[in-house]
Ligand binder design. Structure first.
Ligand SMILES: C[S@@+](CC[C@H](N)C(=O)[O-])C[C@H]1O[C@@H](n2cnc3c(N)ncnc32)[C@H](O)[C@@H]1O
Length: 341
């Protein structure tokens, strides 16, 4: 059943000009640096046809999560991110939708009624505010995301959001239909602000984990995003590879998207993972020149899992008592070599 829905979703997402998504189809409600919306066709191709639970430890804007939620809602989803305000926002969309919508409506009215100086003043007042309570944190987060420069997310070393005001003519600060669809998709998801290792710690055989870590910069100057007060450095990339090795040993399906930096390529090629480069356009960059085509690397463990399965198949030598060529002996041999679940 799920396979059929996955196939039709792939078809819809890969077919030439996509028709407008239906109002109720879940999709990201935030503009997120490194968001994977335009890579969806390639990502969906790489999703296993069958899996138990879905894990996404670097949820960000959640492009793949929402696409899969559209295909199949029966999968339990375990989502995480190190950005505490982002997770509080997801929790509010899931569980406090009405108070959130009320706050966003008030902010949208106040903002759109102002001239450009008034809008900037409101933006900086909201940016300086430190609300408490999920709905208020989420309203501030979504408002800043829709009205800041280029939809960027960047914090300073104290973890404070420091992106300047943007200049959109009529930003849609409240999109009720999109929030409602996201809320339904998130209804049964487990959400936590935590490091990626903790989010996938309990993934087991048959589960699927999609990792989309901060893009390893291709040059010293190309790192434009700081999602959290501590950046994701080389030691974290190695920690991620070690976590993926452990998941592979446990029989968990893994898909990783990362930068095609030679060190990243080497990190996974040396472990026997499958690598594929796909062209992608960077939608968010402070400089227009930085929004050109940059390849993205997809890393998978399909072949390693197949090898693991074939190695775990017992090869029991024929027993002299029953393997006499008779029907009874053949049935006994079949029972002994049946694939373990
Ligand atoms: C490239 S973005 C994910 C984009 C997402 N796939 C999408 O479609 O929008 C990377 C995310 O990793 C989060 N992050 C950074 N370091 C982390 C860590 N150590 N553990 C978990 N999440 C982390 C950031 O807050 C950011 O949201």
């Amino acid at each position: 059943m799920f396979e059929c829905r996955m196939a039709s979703l792939r078809q819809r997402t890969t077919a030439g000009a996509p028709s407008a998504p239906s109002a109720s189809a879940p999709r990201p409600f935030l503009k997120w640096a490194g968001g994977k919306q335009q890579l969806l066709p390639a990502l969906l191709e790489a999703v296993p046809d069958q899996y138990e639970r879905y894990f996404e430890p670097f949820i960000g804007g959640g492009a793949l999560f929402f696409a899969l939620a559209h295909a199949e809602t029966a999968h339990a989803s375990i989502l995480g991110d190190a950005n505490a305000e982002l997770i509080a926002t997801y929790e509010a969309v899931r569980s406090d939708l009405e108070p959130l919508v009320l706050r966003l409506r008030r902010l949208e009215r106040a903002y759109l009624a102002q001239d450009s100086d008034g809008r900037a003043a409101l933006y900086y007042r909201v940016r300086e505010s430190r609300p408490r309570g999920r709905a208020a944190i989420a309203a501030r987060f979504i408002f800043l995301n829709k009205t800041c420069y280029n939809g960027l997310y960047r914090v300073n070393s104290r973890g404070l959001f420091n992106v300047p005001h943007g200049r959109y003519r009529a930003p849609k600060i409240l999109d009720r239909g999109v929030l409602e669809a996201a809320s339904r998709a998130l209804a049964s998801a487990e959400l936590a602000c935590r490091d990626f290792e903790a989010t996938c710690a309990d993934a087991r055989e048959g589960d699927f984990v999609y990792f989309d870590p901060p893009f390893h910069p291709l040059s010293v100057t190309s790192s434009f995003t700081q999602y959290t007060s501590t950046s994701f450095g080389w030691a974290d990339q190695e920690r991620l590879r070690a976590a993926i090795d452990r998941l592979t040993e446990r029989g968990v399906h893994v898909l990783l998207s990362d930068s095609p930096h030679p060190r990243i390529v080497d990190l996974y090629e040396s472990g026997g993972y499958e690598l594929r480069r796909i062209p992608a356009r960077r939608a968010i960059n402070s400089k227009a020149a930085g929004r050109g085509a940059i390849d993205e690397l997809l890393v998978g463990n399909r072949a390693l899992l197949a090898r693991r399965r074939s190695l775990s198949r017992p090869t029991i030598p024929p027993s002299p008592e029953t393997d006499d060529g008779s029907a009874r002996g053949t049935a006994a041999r079949r029972r002994r070599t049946a694939r373990p679940r």
